[in-house]
Design a protein around this ligand. Structure first.
Ligand code: FDP
Length: 338
């Protein structure tokens, strides 16, 4: 496809469908529906300060975080778009305790499921800092003659068919992968379309940034503290937005490492495996990066036991994740350092 003219997201995904000889168009339809939902969420995120939609909704979501109104709005819009599309058999969201099976339209059962975090980094909404939507798409494993089941949603990240995110930042960008590289599309507000802006994104081997909530330093295991000391010794720049999707976006383009280690408060890590760590690890690996837990297991190979399971994570440039691995191996093997 020529880059000499504007290529819209719709054109691109239809063109890419030809790469999959037995494609039925369902996945293509699903990706387009997510693109439409993203445009609606983007519209609200952009005018949040004007219409007073921001602020706390005074409830807690399935994982105990304080829910803000825009989270609920984004959740509703995504569910609505996916429900009406007929291309999705069920959804699981950060905002809902359980998964939601969707009724087939015209009796046609879909083979795909969508997991998502409707608005990641939501504690930043009130102060105009970038937030994003993260999504992952799985092929269902349950019998197609009935509704989807929990097992469909407890697949390992390695089974993802596609994943992506939409970042509502200085511009709005949708980045996705179907397992054949990663491409980015920037929303052109003048025509209301996502246009191909970043073709075949490759993460740098190394970068100058590390990203971690250093305020929790004393609560990290000793091996993580040693690695963070090393980053500081190397004069790496600390950048922590507090919105994982925004931090990962920067790392994807400029290189670096993002860490959310286990702490005393979150002994298994804080970030959610199903709709945060897995989709972002899929993207980062597709771009040539790596993603492991702070106990050194590859994120995409982790067993999923619970929809809202939390894990620790180290993700980013391959050489930096390898280096962090070396530190953990070295210092966790030396009990005297604990
Ligand atoms: P948030 O709670 O604002 O939704 O998803 C969780 C997340 O944000 C990540 O986006 C972010 O990187 C992290 O939590 C921030 O957590 P800390 O405030 O504990 O650093």
């Amino acid at each position: 496809m020529s880059l000499s003219r504007i290529v819209t997201l719709d054109e691109f995904i239809i063109h890419r469908q030809k790469d999959f000889p037995y494609a039925s168009g369902e996945l293509t339809g699903l990706l387009r529906d997510i693109g439409v939902a993203a445009k609606i969420v983007n519209r609200e995120v952009n005018k949040a300060g004007l219409v007073g939609i921001i602020g706390r909704a005074k409830s807690e979501n399935a994982t105990g975080d304080e829910v803000q109104k825009l989270d609920l709005f984004a959740n509703d819009k995504l569910i609505e778009c996916l429900k009406n599309s007929g291309e999705c058999a069920g959804i699981a969201s950060e905002e809902d305790e359980d998964f939601i099976p969707l009724t087939p339209i015209d009796g046609k059962e879909s083979k795909y499921l969508v997991v998502f975090d409707p608005l990641d980094g939501s504690s930043n909404i009130d102060v105009n800092v970038s937030v994003g939507t993260i999504f992952g798409i799985y092929r269902r494993v349950s019998d197609m003659s009935g509704p989807c089941t929990k097992e469909d949603f407890l697949q390992k990240g390695g089974q993802l068919v596609a994943a992506g995110y939409v970042l509502y930042g200085t511009s709005t960008i949708l980045v996705y992968s179907t397992g054949r590289g990663v491409n980015g599309f920037t929303l052109d507000p003048s025509i209301g379309e996502f246009c191909l802006s970043h073709r075949d994104i490759r993460i740098p081997e190394r970068g100058n940034y590390y990203s971690v909530n250093q305020g929790y330093y004393l609560k990290f295991d000793v091996e993580m503290r040693r690695y963070i000391d090393h980053c500081s010794d190397m004069n790496l720049r600390l950048r922590y937005i507090g919105s994982m999707v925004s931090d990962i976006h920067r790392i994807l383009f400029q290189g670096g490492i993002f860490l959310y280690p286990n702490t005393r408060k979150y002994p298994h890590g804080k970030l959610r495996l199903v709709y945060e760590c897995n989709p972002l690890s899929f993207i980062v690996e597709q771009a040539g990066g790596k993603a492991i837990t702070c106990q050194l297991q590859r994120i995409l190979e982790l067993d999923v036991n619970h929809l809202h399971q939390r894990e620790s994570i180290a993700i980013g440039s391959p050489a930096m994740v390898d280096e962090m691995r070396d530190f953990v191996e070295r210092y966790s093997a030396a009990p005297s350092f604990r």
